[in-house]
Design a protein around this ligand. Structure first.
Ligand SMILES: NC(=O)CC[C@H](N)C(=O)O
Length: 312
């Protein structure tokens, strides 16, 4: 892994290249508030274990992290339920769209993995157990602030309300799972927490810092505290690699070769185990709902720095 001025110049070079590209994908418009975001943004940040960050472009502009929050809710839910979590959600790629309902019928309401919408809603339900929605959300937000060393991380209420008004598919998924007993809390409580954690706004810099524990065997580098055990961090990385980009996960592994998690806000968090945590943001999406230029930027980064987990 390259460091220091070479790392900074690589990140700046990639940001310049991405800014100049005309092909930017399409901004998500099924959440009305996200449709207003300018596709011209591009940000990138690489956080090293010692807290140094190489950043370029719009790396300090907050954006809606959307499904990237699912990495952090999975981490919290594993802390609460341990391996019992895997009775409520699977660990296999779905090969379908992030908001698909089809597999739920034949698989008795148990979602394929924690990163598709159905799986993330089931995970949120585990975090909620026995708490009020406000408390569960407070716990998620405190966790994000602690991991990023930044008390400024907040929820974008307009985005949360926008999705709450229009999230009929997620309502269908949650109600369907409830009919199988996979959702235990009132459906509107679970969905309320889910919509709000998806609406957390963070910059690439904050997100890259928050992801460091996954690159550092579960340790929070700033405090030395163990966020999770090394084995668990390794397994979360494995699920990010196999399921983090929905039915684009194979393509992401093929092109980038790093565990990664995308969100429809256009962000991607990628992990270089043992070395770095990377966040990119470009709001335009490809057909699978993953950041178009975000993936291309990470592909360029992995190639030029030789950090793919599959070899240089
Ligand atoms: N892929 C995503 O980022 C989807 C998250 C979004 N909140 C949804 O439920 O549709």
């Amino acid at each position: 892994m390259i460091t220091g001025p070479d790392l900074q110049s690589l990140v700046s070079q990639i940001a310049d290249e991405m800014r100049a590209r005309p092909d930017r994908g399409r901004v998500a418009d099924y959440i009305p508030e996200l449709a207003r975001v300018d596709p011209a943004y591009f940000g990138m940040a690489v956080a090293l274990p010692d807290g140094t960050v190489a950043a370029a472009g719009d790396a300090d502009t907050p954006f809606s992290i959307q499904s990237i929050s699912k990495v952090f809710t999975l981490t919290l839910a594993l802390g609460i339920a341990g391996d019992r979590l895997w009775k409520r959600v699977g660990r296999e790629p779905s090969g379908s769209a992030f908001n698909s309902i089809v597999q739920l019928e034949s698989e008795k309401g148990v979602p394929r993995n924690p990163f598709i919408n159905a799986g993330a809603i089931a995970v949120t339900d585990v975090i909620l157990s026995g708490h009020k929605p406000r408390e569960a959300l407070g716990e998620i937000l405190r966790f994000m602030r602690f991991l990023s060393d930044d008390q400024g991380v907040a929820i974008d209420k307009a985005v949360a309300e926008s999705e709450q008004r229009t999230g009929f598919r997620n309502m269908a998924l949650a109600n369907y799972m409830k009919s199988f007993g996979v959702i235990e809390n009132p459906v509107d409580y679970t969905l309320g927490v889910y919509f709000h954690h998806c609406a957390i706004a963070m910059s690439c810099r904050q997100l890259a810092l928050a992801g460091r524990f996954l690159a550092q065997s579960g340790r929070h580098p700033a405090t030395g505290l163990s966020v999770i055990q090394a084995e668990r961090a390794r397994r979360i990385n494995a699920i990010m690699l196999t399921c983090g980009h929905y039915d684009g996960s194979g393509e992401f592994a093929y092109r980038v070769g790093l565990p990664g998690k995308s969100g429809v806000g256009g962000g991607i968090l990628a992990v270089v185990p043992g070395q770095a945590s990377i966040a990119v943001w470009s709001p335009g999406l490809d057909a699978a709902g993953n950041s178009h230029l975000g993936r291309i930027a990470l592909e360029a980064f992995a190639k030029r720095s030789g950090v793919s987990i599959f070899g240089a």
